[in-house]
Design a protein. Sequence first.
Length: 305
Amino acid sequence: MDDKKDFLVLRYSLVEEPQHSITVEPLPGVKGRAALVALQGDREFQLNGVYYGFLGFADVKSSPNTLIESERFFIGKVARLKQAHVGKKIPGDIVETREDDWIPLLTIFDVIGQYIFVRKDYRFGTPEQTMRALQAGLREPIMANFNHRAFVEACTRKEKFWEIVAEHKRIYKLELRLISPNILETNLRARDALAAMKDLFQQDQVVITLNNESGDLTVPKMPVADYLEYIEEGEGAWALTTEGRQGGKKTYSSSDNIDTIAVNVLEERTASEGSQLGFSEVPSTRDSYVSDAEMIAEIVQKVGK
C-alpha cells in the first residue's frame, strides 16, 4: 500500500580542481550526469570509519499514465552499515554474536536539476550525517574521472534565517559557508563575487565568520540576502548563534531547517535483484516502474511549487 514519507531536498554541486591529470575525462554534456559514475553497481565506501553503500540505482522509466523525462531521474538506495548484537540460545547458555545490519534510505538523483531526494530516517543518522555520507560517496569517483570536487548541501528557505534574526535580541556569531561558483544558476551577484575570489585563490569554498562577544552583531539585509539566496539553492550553508531561551547561547543552522517534501511511497518497493549488500527481496504488488514514475511526478510537482 502507498504511504507518505518525508524526503530531504538536497542539491549537489561540482567545482573544478585546478590541477589536471592527463587521464581526466571532460564533464558530460548534462554535467549532473557525472554523479552516475559513483552510482554504478553496488559500491561500498567509508566515512569516519563507517561503511556505506550505493545500491541498485536505475533510470526511472515512464509509466502508461505518467511521462518521465528519459535518463533524468535515477532511483536506488544509500545504505549505512551498523553492527547488530544478536543473542542466540544454545543448550544451557546464550551466545552473543554480531551481524551486519544495513539501514537503507530510498534515494533519487535528478541529474539535470542536480537535486537529491533522500528519505528522512533518523535510524540512518541526522540530516547532516546523511548529506555528508552522500557527499563522501560521490567525491572519489567524480574526482577520479572528471577532476571535479562534489559538494552536497541542503535546500533551505532564507525566510527561516530572517525569522531567527527577528526573534532574538542578541546575535553572537554568523557563519556563511559558500561553495565556489559551479554549474548551478543562482544569485548572480554572489556568483560574481565568489568567481573573482576563485580567480585569485582557487578555493573550493569560502567561509565568512563574524563574531561579537557581547551579542551586538548586526545582520544587514545587503549583502547577506544575496548570499542567502545562493545558499538557498543548495550551494552552501549558514549558522547563527544567538542567546538561548534559558540563558547561554544557542546555534541555529541551515542543516536544521532543510526543505522536506512528503511523497507517496510504495512500501513494498525494494532494492534491485543481485544486491551485494544483502537486502531481502519483497514481492511488489505493482510493477515498480509504475510506482516510481508516479512518485517522481509527485516530487516534480511539489518541488516546482
